[in-house]
Write a protein that binds this ligand. Sequence first.
Ligand SMILES: Nc1nc2c(ncn2[C@@H]2O[C@H](COP(=O)(O)OP(=O)(O)OP(=O)(O)O)[C@@H](O)[C@H]2O)c(=O)[nH]1
Ligand SMILES: [Mg+2]
Length: 340
Amino acid sequence: MFIDYARIYVKAGDGGSGACSFRREKYVPRGGPDGGDGGCGGSVYLIASSRVSTLLDFRYQRQYEAEPGGSGQRANRQGRTGADIRIPVPVGTVVKDADTGELLADFTKEGETIMVARGGRGGRGNARFATATNRAPRHIEPGRPGEERWLVLELKLLADVGLVGFPNAGKSTLISAISAARPEIADYPFTTLRPHLGVVHADDFQHFVVADIPGLIEGAHEGRGLGHRFLRHIQRTALLLFLVDISVWNHDDPVQTVHTLRHELEAYDTHLTTKPFLVAGTKIDSQGDGQKLHQLQAWCEQHAIPFFPISAVTGAGLNALIAFLGREVAALHHPCVTPC
Ligand SMILES: Nc1nc2c(ncn2[C@@H]2O[C@H](COP(=O)(O)OP(=O)(O)OP(=O)(O)O)[C@@H](O)[C@H]2O)c(=O)[nH]1
Ligand SMILES: [Mg+2]
């Protein structure tokens, strides 16, 4: 199951309390205070790991509590330090404080780590309170409580190009044709129920990552279809590729389709409509009289929007599309672009 949202509770360990004790040894009268300090409580960390790919684990475990520090001991011995907890989360996870909404982390690299709850400090033992005038203090400090809070974790896939289109537009067929990704493909709407990533080799030196997300429909922002749930996965892409089915079987107006898709993106996050985008007319092997293809192409030219007629089934137009995407992604200096 692909889970991309979770709420978890984290609690760091409380500090141990300081000890109240006096040295007692044979032949040493009035030995003086020797109560040690309490140990610090363990802290809670999140660490980005490529070994986990979804937030599924957080369905089963929602509470994470680190170990408390041990109490101080006699003979000036400090209490044991509580063990830390390190919770692995997928690379691409965004972490926020659930109450304040404050952004705590945006993990983009393997191994990145943040502390989300600091362990409480141990309290001081009575040995620390001895002064010239009070040589036998009985005062000690309790340990400080460990921090606790609720966190919201959101997984946002890291991709360079996001595929956006109505259900059945041919998004999954395209990503299967140009990468090793193998999402489900079928001629009914909402075949794809979770996002998929595919790596596309633009040439010998460059590759980029494409995200196939479940289809959008008009009214998605009101919860229709699968709603907006998956749009968070294209928020970080450098570029959007709109797929418009121009085959004879599809009766939607192609230009209106682009408007509807953009409208839905805007309703989710206005920033998405500021991203550079291009349009591909899909299924040109079945374009019939070509009327819709020409209509869409003319409209794109008029608005200076790059346009590519393609067929993911025959492979027509795919090389030109891949070359263009590769150049654009490289030009936008997206961090995902790396030499092969
Ligand atoms: N003839 C033809 N059929 C295509 C082409 N691309 C996709 N199809 C067909 O169109 C149907 C839908 O394709 P998908 O790739 O599953 O569409 P999708 O956009 O991923 O759909 P959802 O996952 O439901 O959003 C399938 O029956 C595909 O075989 C194409 O280039 N030519
Ligand atoms: Mg699909």
